[in-house]
Design a protein around this ligand. Structure first.
Ligand SMILES: *Cc1c(COP(=O)(O)O)cnc(C)c1O
Length: 399
């Protein structure tokens, strides 16, 4: 048996060093709590970066996945399978969009969305010079296409040349979007609420304005709902809060309740004129295993009214965080929507995150100066209160 340090040393020796991990080995989850190998308990306000919307150890979800493991895990997309059919039926209804393609991650959902937008434009005019407008300070994933539309030179620089034909505008600045439009523009891509960049919700007028521009210039609106979707912001998808429907939507993180799966959704109009047999595919994508998980996640969301609960808890979390802004000079403000919230700090956020861990609270960072909270959507008021106690202690220890 190795001890904790030996496990961490082994991991650091074998795993490619692309993350600076915290010195905590998580071993078990129950509800909204996580436990490390030392049996220390953590209140989880990170949910594995927004994945564990239903918390840990959901009996129904776990049973559905286990049963599917024993029945059939994989078939390839050369055949039909029942779980993904059920999952797709629920997913398109929840999204109010007609078509879905399942992927294995968020970045792949973005790749598919980009391809669909390009093919849609190509089908219409036969040109092969289409461009996309994306936003500065955005995050869409790490594969080459998604990286190309991620407006962060720090992530991009070493990997140039990237996908050509990507132009960047400033989030929440409609004029900057207008300035990038020309006859080659086929789509505008943005996160409804920017996550990694520092929890910036789109302003309603901005999102509506972008939609208008898309209509006026025959461009598609692609919304990245990978972090802000699936009830996180108090609606099934954050765009429903704004009443601005995308033509293509990328989803991932919470959609599988912990099983690795993503999806991109299309309206029927876009689907009909874009990706056709042979244009796109995935060996694993939407296999029976993840299908069973997605089907069950949507079933639980609907039956237990998870979005309504998240909306209520989001308001309570907002109020609680506003009180922290009042109480501490070093907490400069709050931004967010629903259960996707950020506290803007003027002390190093890395220190706050570590101090919170010592208090038994998991939060993460976003942007340069934001403590980010993405708790499981099943939290109750008592958990928000417990978070506040722990976070206050953590902040005090950093001052
Ligand atoms: C996490 C994330 C992605 C990338 O998803 P992966 O599953 O890590 O590939 C893309 N866009 C947004 C907004 C995200 O939060």
């Amino acid at each position: 048996m190795k001890n904790n340090q030996e496990y961490m040393d082994t991991a650091d020796q074998c795993l490619l060093h692309t993350y600076n991990r915290y010195p905590i080995i998580l071993e078990k989850g129950e509800g909204v709590y996580l436990y490390d190998t030392q049996k220390k308990q953590y209140l989880d306000f990170a949910s594995g970066i927004g994945v564990q919307a239903l918390g840990y150890g959901n009996r129904e979800l776990n049973d559905a996945v286990k049963e599917q493991v024993d029945r059939l895990m994989h078939t390839s997309n050369l055949f039909y399978n029942l779980p993904v059919t059920r999952a797709a039926d629920r997913a398109v209804k929840a999204a109010g969009m007609e078509r879905v393609f399942f992927t294995n991650s968020g970045t792949e959902a973005i790749e598919g969305a980009i391809k669909a937008a390009k093919k849609f434009a190509y089908t219409r005019d036969g040109h092969t010079n289409h461009t996309i407008i994306a936003m500065e300070n955005s995050f869409h994933g790490r594969s080459m296409g998604a990286l190309s539309v991620t407006g962060n030179s720090h992530y991009q620089e070493a990997f140039a040349p990237l996908l050509p034909g990507v132009r960047f505008a400033v989030f929440n600045d409609l004029d900057s979007v207008k300035a990038q439009i020309d006859e080659t523009t086929c789509a505008i891509l943005l996160e409804t609420v920017q996550g990694e960049g520092g929890i910036y919700p789109a302003e309603p007028g901005f999102l509506q304005g972008v939609k208008e521009l898309c209509r006026a210039h025959d461009m598609l609106l692609i919304l990245d709902e990978i972090q802000c979707g699936m009830g996180r912001c108090g609606q099934m998808f954050a765009w429903q809060h704004y009443g601005v429907k995308p033509d293509i939507m990328a989803c991932a993180k919470a959609i599988g309740g912990g099983v690795p799966v993503g999806a991109f959704f299309l309206t029927e109009d876009v689907a009909k004129q874009s990706l056709a047999p042979g244009d796109h595919g995935s060996t694993y994508g939407g296999n029976p295993l993840v299908g069973a998980a997605v089907d069950k996640v949507f079933e639980i969301f609907e039956r237990d009214q998870i979005c309504e609960h998240a909306k209520k808890m989001g308001l309570y979390l907002e109020k609680t965080l506003e009180a922290l802004v009042q109480e501490f000079d070093c907490v400069k403000g709050r931004r967010g929507l629903g259960l996707m919230q950020g506290l803007i700090m003027d002390i190093p956020v890395g220190d706050v995150v570590k101090a919170a861990q010592e208090q038994g609270l998991l939060v993460i960072t976003a942007g340069k100066d934001v403590v980010r909270m993405l708790p499981p959507l099943i939290i109750e008021r008592s958990h928000v209160d417990e978070m506040a106690v722990k976070l206050k202690a953590a902040i005090k220890s950093c001052m």
